[in-house]
Design a protein around this ligand. Structure first.
Ligand SMILES: C[S@@+](CC[C@H](N)C(=O)[O-])C[C@H]1O[C@@H](n2cnc3c(N)ncnc32)[C@H](O)[C@@H]1O
Length: 510
């Protein structure tokens, strides 16, 4: 059987009609929801059924171990075989798993009936956070079991690593309005629905709008789905939170762009537009959080390039570059993603990408997190840093902590504040055997952005004594007496160190 991921695509332009039908009619999706609940089609149940090895194999697109674990004919096994393993399943079994739903789901082109067999035309898979069990509707995962990857331009990507990264980056404070820009399968909208009273999801792909609508309806979650590019569908509207994982793949222009990863905007301009357009759509205190990639070129450092995007916005910005990929590695990754890894003219594709990068003056690609915050302060705080090291999740907590520290530093008088050393901070002392004094002291953060820093005696004493009672100046004065140093000079020398310790999260406000 050959399948095409876009086989069940609604015709272009029909998305809103389609969404309205599925939404307002609602009954079939409601019945599907009830049945999936009844069967217990959850992340934990599927994991329990197939076990950890098959689960990991499936993450590598290998279905054989999971096939072997789902032969009992139970409704749960049938649902896994149908949707996740993309198998042809005998109609009788599917009728048992989804009683009364085969015909209506086939009419909606979610399933296809082929003689005595039924197969899925879309992927419906369990998903969840700590407190919710959801289902996400997306296109079938391409490339299972080493089959050639075959995706059409309107392919709607399911939950990807990038989706999870953005979900972990997004600050989950209760808000009134959230925007899921480039909603795709609607996965971010599910998360946003847990803490936003109203969620708007936008996309340019009619099939994505259809699927995001289905995902929302299946989970009984309100989602206002709107068709249009970037901020066009929300002109004149403001949000407390914008969360987006835009199609940031930088690739040579081609006839057949994959809309889930590429746009017609040149280079990394889609990310620039998201960043520069954010301020007009945020309420005071609002955030825009972006998972993004950016170009490294010969003219500017990446910090200068992104700093330039942020500069005119008036927003606070914290940009963390997590990874830099050289161009061959980047090209190989995205050619494989498009299913071009094993085609005969692979070397020609590869060379075309490298030629184009050279023409554009692109030297490498950076990848990371952008968190913008509308504080309306006179001098916005802009920090652009590289951090390829460990972080603890959800990294959203580190975003909130970063903002708290930026606010505290904005008062200017760092020595007059009673700081507290970061919870969980560890101090490591290295000494020569028999020595009275340590040769080296290192401070380690054990959560958030897990930074380490070497500390001299004064810094270590200052951090150790910072428990929120005494100001930094009082502690430095006490250290001056103890170490027989001049108090004025010590304050002057260590004011910038205190600021640095706060910026980097070793010291925090109460
Ligand atoms: C990488 S996917 C992200 C999907 C989903 N938000 C997630 O986290 O998995 C990017 C999405 O942006 C959509 N998109 C492409 N071009 C767009 C544009 N100009 N404006 C808004 N969305 C766009 C794509 O159709 C796709 O659904």
């Amino acid at each position: 059987m050959t399948w095409r991921a876009w086989e069940s695509a609604p015709p272009r332009g029909a998305a809103s009609v389609r969404v309205a039908q599925v939404w307002k009619g609602g009954r079939m999706i409601e019945a599907l929801r009830d049945r999936l609940r009844e069967v217990g089609f959850t992340v934990d149940a599927v994991f329990g059924l197939i076990g950890p090895d098959a689960h990991r194999a499936l993450a590598r697109n290998e279905t054989t171990p999971a096939r072997r674990a789902t032969t009992d004919g139970s409704p749960l096994s049938t649902l896994v075989r149908l949707f996740q393993l993309q198998l042809d399943v005998p109609r009788g079994q599917v009728e048992q798993a989804l009683p009364g739903l085969v015909e209506p789901l086939a009419a909606e082109r979610l399933l296809a009936v082929d003689g005595d067999d039924v197969r899925a035309l879309v992927d419906v898979r369990p998903y969840g956070d700590e407190t919710h069990d959801w289902w996400v509707v997306a296109d079938l995962t391409p490339g299972l079991d080493q089959r050639p990857v075959e995706v059409g331009p309107e392919h709607v990507l399911g939950i990807s690593e990038a989706s999870s990264s953005l979900a972990q980056l997004t600050v989950r404070e209760p808000v009134a309005r959230a925007l899921d820009l480039g909603t795709g399968c609607g996965v971010q909208a599910l998360h946003l629905s847990t803490h936003a009273r109203e969620v708007v999801g936008t996309d340019v792909n009619p099939r994505a709008l259809w699927m995001a609508g289905l995902t929302a309806e299946l989970n009984d979650v309100g989602l206002d789905v709107r068709d249009g590019s970037l901020y066009e569908p929300v002109v004149g509207e403001r949000f407390d939170l914008v969360a987006t994982n835009p199609p940031f793949v930088v690739s040579p222009p081609s006839e057949e762009r994959l809309v889930y990863r590429e746009t017609a905007f040149p280079g990394d301009d889609v990310v620039r537009r998201v960043v520069t357009g954010a301020a007009d759509h945020l309420v005071e205190g609002g955030r825009c959080q972006v998972l993004a990639a950016w170009v490294h070129d010969a003219d500017l450092t990446w910090q200068e390039r992104l700093g330039g995007w942020v500069a005119g916005t008036g927003l606070d910005a914290w940009v963390v570059q997590r990874e830099v990929l050289d161009l061959p590695a980047y090209t190989e990754m995205w050619l494989a993603d498009a299913g071009l890894r094993h085609v005969p003219d692979y070397p020609q594709h590869y060379a075309r990408w490298l030629d184009w990068f050279a023409e554009q003056g692109i030297a490498a690609m950076g990848f990371g997190w952008i968190s913008l915050h509308r504080t309306d302060r006179e001098e916005p705080s802009v920090r652009l840093e590289e951090w390829p090291g460990a972080v603890t999740q959800p990294v959203a907590d580190a975003v909130v902590e970063h903002e708290r520290r930026v606010d505290a530093l904005a008062t200017g008088a760092v020595l007059d504040v009673a700081w507290r050393h970061a919870p969980g901070l560890l101090q490591e002392s290295l000494s020569r055997p028999g020595a009275a004094e340590p040769e080296r002291i290192v401070l380690h953060q054990d959560h958030g952005i897990c930074r380490s820093r070497v500390a001299d005696t004064v810094t270590a004493g200052l951090v150790g004594a910072s428990d929120g009672d005494l100001t930094a100046a009082q502690i430095l004065d006490a250290l001056a007496v103890l170490l027989e140093r001049d108090a004025e000079a010590l304050r002057a020398d260590y004011a910038p160190v205190v600021a640095e310790l706060v910026q980097d999260g070793f010291l925090t406000p109460l």
